[in-house]
Design a binder for this molecule. Structure first.
Ligand code: MG
Length: 234
């Protein structure tokens, strides 16, 4: 056993957030009496990512962005809709989404059986993340769940990882591993905090991995493409 304490990200590491977003979008359209024409989701994704870039630059607030993304989308089709109302419907579905990454129960169950200590490190609203963890049954594998919304700081900040370190009994960085899909939050956060890291590059080709790593300037200690590959790392 190389690592004893495993810190797992949740979204797109244990739960499939991409699938959740797509399903929530479809359910929201249903609620609103609209049907997916086959192109709406693709257009929405593009529009949404442009809005998030403006949010990151500080041009608009998160609230402004999310409250107008659906009215902006439908305006392209000549329809006037209540943006905040659509956002609330979307979020309701998103909060209930528990689509799992394939094999997640087998992997976490086996790790726990072999004596690893498992913790969750996630950015998000505490109530939402707790509810998704318990509804999916994933909460049972973890000794504790560290959620940014509860702590008041998130990955990749030092404050977040300092909090985690000080709340794990007998914490030792050398025996701990951060596992997550995000280079900018999980891997950067782990490296900055002096904790070994494992990048979960799900569904990415060797060329894509290389390009993203070069872009980020980060060097995780391990890279896996499937959750079950974690056994060859720990
Ligand atoms: Mg993630």
């Amino acid at each position: 056993m190389k690592y004893r304490t495993l810190l797992f990200d949740v979204d797109n590491t244990l739960l499939d957030f991409d699938a959740n977003e797509e399903e929530s979008f479809r359910l929201m359209l249903e609620d609103m009496g609209e049907t997916e024409t086959g192109e709406l989701y693709g257009i929405y994704k593009e529009l949404n990512s442009r809005l998030w870039k403006r949010i990151e630059k500080g041009e608009i607030t998160v609230e402004e962005g999310v409250n107008r993304r659906f009215s902006d989308l439908m305006a392209r089709f000549g329809k006037t809709v209540d943006g905040p109302e659509w956002e609330r419907a979307y979020r309701r579905h998103l909060n209930q989404g528990i689509q799992e990454i394939p094999g997640v129960h087998q992997v976490l169950g086996q790790l726990e059986k072999e004596g690893y200590e498992l913790y969750v490190i996630t950015n998000g609203v505490a109530q939402t993340q707790e509810s998704r963890m318990s509804r999916s049954g994933l909460d049972r594998y973890f000794k504790e769940r560290f959620i940014s919304g509860q702590i008041g700081a998130g990955k990749p900040s030092r404050e977040f990882f300092d909090y985690v370190k000080s709340h794990i009994r007998g914490f030792d960085s050398r025996e701990t591993l951060v596992i997550g899909d995000s280079l900018s939050s999980d891997i950067k956060g782990g490296i900055d905090a002096g904790i070994p890291t494992c990048w979960f590059a799900r569904g990415k080709s060797a060329a894509e991995r290389e390009a993203e790593l070069a872009d980020s300037g980060l060097s995780p200690d391990h890279v896996i493409g499937e959750l079950a590959e974690i056994f060859s790392v720990v």
